[in-house]
Ligand binder design. Structure first.
Ligand code: GLY
Length: 393
């Protein structure tokens, strides 16, 4: 019966279409036709490929150990949740099971993201016990990255390549808050508190060390893994070490909102609200609610916006509003969603390779994925639609 609410939501969505507002119905219809186009490009014969973006007229694909590999499967699960159509379930299963072996991935922190977005949503909607096992294995893999002296999960290995060249030893990025959900979930499923303790330790250290006075966050904090001392604070994807890289701020907002939902620790809720206030009142946030790629980017307003940061922020604000009862956050989320669903950001029907949103920024300083569709923008846009329609407020 644990999965009853999700099943009930699907049945209700199917049975009472008249209850859905025009915005939701329009965007679900749009997503339904777009994602069929993208699916056609991903699935060729027996090959199930993982889409990342649409660049120069071509869908680009990534290997399954890329950090974005769980998002498309997750989007397909959200389509199943939003429509109740078995077509989406069938494809969601295929794309989810395609990345099964990622549960053993231990060389970067994103195993949490990858498996939770795909298998986590699949388990929530189907209760498949095999998916539960994958979630637990992935939580065990992620736990191997816990560094007890520093009390954090190490994001990236730093013993070779450019991380070593930068002199880092134990880099932790704000994005890593997102990986904690798979650990909270593992304790909920098994009663084994070791996962929960790691997640809480990581969240506490992030709260202590990643934020500035104004609630903006550094992107990277490098720790000494032997002593736990902080070796430095930097950026990787933002415009400089002291700036507020937009997606990083959204990860922090989402991460602390999610951490509060599992722990009910007031300090996490307080932090999520402080981040929300910082972002929503930021002088460089445009009136339509979609931020520039960095809140401190040079050249504002003549620079790129980031639809991914906006979609993550909208989804987080819906959840925050549910948790703290502040309807203003829902209104702000609605404002962002209205902008994302407008012709300024939404793909023209049939265009964009089947991606839903245009104008995201992956890694501007490195020149990667600039002003293009991104699979995670679409994932959080769909998640925000699910949260918008299921709100209690
Ligand atoms: N977690 C990687 C990124 O947000 O680009």
């Amino acid at each position: 019966m644990k999965h009853f609410p999700a099943v009930l939501a699907i049945i209700l969505l199917m049975a009472v279409p008249a209850c859905r507002n025009g915005f939701l119905a329009d965007n679900v219809r749009f997503a339904d036709s777009q994602l069929r186009i993208l699916l056609d490009k991903c699935d060729e014969g027996d090959t199930v490929r993982v889409p990342a973006s649409f660049i120069d007229g071509e869908v680009t694909f990534v290997p399954i150990d890329d950090w974005v590999s769980g998002f498309f499967a997750g989007s397909l699960w959200y389509m199943y949740e939003l429509t109740g159509d078995g077509f989406w379930k069938e494809h969601a299963k295929a794309h989810t099971e395609r990345i099964d072996s990622i549960k053993y991935l231990k060389w970067h922190h994103d195993v949490g993201f990858m498996i939770y977005d795909s298998f986590g949503n699949g388990y929530r909607l189907t209760g498949d016990p095999a998916y539960r096992e994958v979630l637990l294995e992935a939580a065990r893999s992620l736990s191997t990255r816990f560094r007890p002296a520093a009390g954090i999960l190490q994001s990236w290995d730093a013993d070779s390549g450019w991380r070593k060249e930068r002199g880092w030893r134990c880099p932790v990025i704000i994005d890593n808050m997102m990986n904690l959900e798979i650990l909270f979930n593992a304790t909920k499923e098994t009663g084994d508190s070791s996962f929960y303790k790691i997640a809480v330790s990581h969240a506490d250290k992030t709260l202590q060390n990643h934020f500035r006075e104004d609630a903006s966050s550094y992107h990277v904090v490098d720790y000494d893994p032997d002593t736990g001392e902080i070796r430095g604070k930097y950026t990787f994807q933002g415009c400089d070490d002291s700036s507020a890289w937009a997606r990083g701020q959204s990860w922090g907002l989402y991460g602390f909102t999610m951490a509060y939902s599992y722990t009910k620790e007031a300090k996490y809720l307080d932090q999520a609200e402080r981040i929300a206030e910082f972002l929503l009142n930021h002088p460089s946030l445009p009136a339509d609610g979609v931020p520039y790629w960095d809140y401190d980017a040079p050249g504002i307003p003549d620079t790129y916006r980031d639809a991914s940061a906006a979609a993550i922020m909208a989804s987080a604000l819906y959840q925050l509003s549910e948790l703290d009862g502040n309807k203003e956050y829902r209104k702000e989320a609605d404002r962002i969603m209205t902008t994302l669903a407008s012709p300024s950001f939404r793909s023209e029907p049939g265009e964009g390779g089947g991606f839903l949103l245009q104008h995201s920024v992956g890694h501007l300083p490195a020149g990667g994925y600039v002003d293009v569709p991104l699979t995670y923008s679409d994932y959080y846009f769909l998640e925000a639609l699910v949260r918008k329609q299921s709100r209690r407020l």
